[in-house]
Design a protein around this ligand. Structure first.
Ligand code: ZN
Length: 131
């Protein structure tokens, strides 16, 4: 079971989906995880508050990049409201392997970026940023 997920993560890392940039993105945001050196930027094109197109780019470990790639697939067709409701468990289920505390930060970075983009730059109420 684990091996299957690991292979999936490696595959996304080596062949990321929706990788690149959008010329005319409606929202974009980037953030980094200094503990590991991961950096992720998401650019999103909306129509009536629903995601039409998404691109991400960045660098870092396999977990952060695979998580971004898998998440980018999930975002298409989702509304901003739905994105705001995505949580940690969603990402953990998506990746499907047990992660230690350090790796969880890597796995959650893409979600953090996407939610920050969905909320606008100055409000990210339910994350641990402001501590
Ligand atoms: Zn990482």
């Amino acid at each position: 079971m684990d091996d299957l997920y690991r292979e999936l993560i490696l595959d996304h890392y080596q062949h990321p989906h929706n990788h690149g940039e959008l010329e005319d993105a409606d929202i974009s945001f980037e953030d980094s995880n200094p503990l590991c050196g991961d950096k992720i930027r998401f650019e999103i094109k909306l129509k009536d508050n629903v995601v039409q197109e998404v691109r991400f780019n960045g660098k870092g470990c396999a977990i952060s990049q695979a998580s971004a790639s898998m998440l980018s697939d999930e975002l298409i067709g989702k509304s901003l409201d739905e994105i705001r409701k995505m949580n940690k468990q969603f990402i953990l289920d998506m990746l499907g392997i047990p992660l230690g505390p350090t790796r969880i930060k890597c796995a959650l970075l893409p979600l953090k970026v996407v939610k920050a983009a969905a909320y606008g730059l100055n409000a990210s109420p339910d994350e641990e940023d402001e501590e």
